[in-house]
Design a protein around this ligand. Sequence first.
Ligand SMILES: C[S@@+](CC[C@H](N)C(=O)[O-])C[C@H]1O[C@@H](n2cnc3c(N)ncnc32)[C@H](O)[C@@H]1O
Length: 244
Amino acid sequence: MNKKEWFIDWFNSYYYHLLYKNRNDKEAKDFILNLVNFLNLSFESSALDLGCGKGRHSFELKKHFKSVTGLDLSKNSIDEAKKHNLEGLLFTQQDMRFFNLDYKFNVIFNLFTSFGYFKETNDNLKILLNCHQHLNKNGIVLIDFFNAHKVAKNLVKQEIKNIDSIEFNIKREIDDNKIIKTIAFNDKNKNFYFQEKVQLLTLENFKSLLNKTNFKLIKTFGSYQLTEFNINQSDRLILLAEKK
Ligand SMILES: C[S@@+](CC[C@H](N)C(=O)[O-])C[C@H]1O[C@@H](n2cnc3c(N)ncnc32)[C@H](O)[C@@H]1O
């Protein structure tokens, strides 16, 4: 694995969690409730939260499913997630491109833009192929991504956020069909600089990825309230696909 991949250090850092601390558990709880109501799976089902972070969705999923696994590359996030300490709720530190578990799932969730981080477009296929292998018959995958069309059209190029006496200077640009977010700040007289690089994946891109990896797209939503996806208006692109 290339050690310079941006997502390895950034997601594992204290500052990432500080910058995004407004992401709340209530949002996760409501979204999971909407999803499980829609999916209507039995309690006996098993779920994987791929790119689980500190486990805010895994924890909610556990209320609805007998067994839930959360998987993330960030050691610090997984250590934090493990504090949930519930029977039937497991966390593992692995790379979503190469993960290997000796059990399968009925449903795999990939939530809050935990996709499209990689230099090689082939890595997107690797993730979906790996999901395919880890799903039971008729298993489903649910991907929650941003609406690339809307994000690109309404790009906020510059922003300053003051959080816990740190001034985060944020710049956004589009390059090579990726949204590049540069985050620069000073803490305790030390300068820090991080970048997020996320592919601007459209519905058409996802359709092609799903098709190539033997998934059938069943439904798309445009928000955490599960409203219809509208390319001009929706903030999210949420895709539900079934293993062929
Ligand atoms: C935007 S965060 C979302 C986290 C979580 N789903 C949430 O909503 O709180 C993306 C997550 O993907 C994880 N991630 C990034 N690259 C990964 C990889 N190659 N394998 C597994 N997890 C990865 C990051 O560590 C981070 O926790």
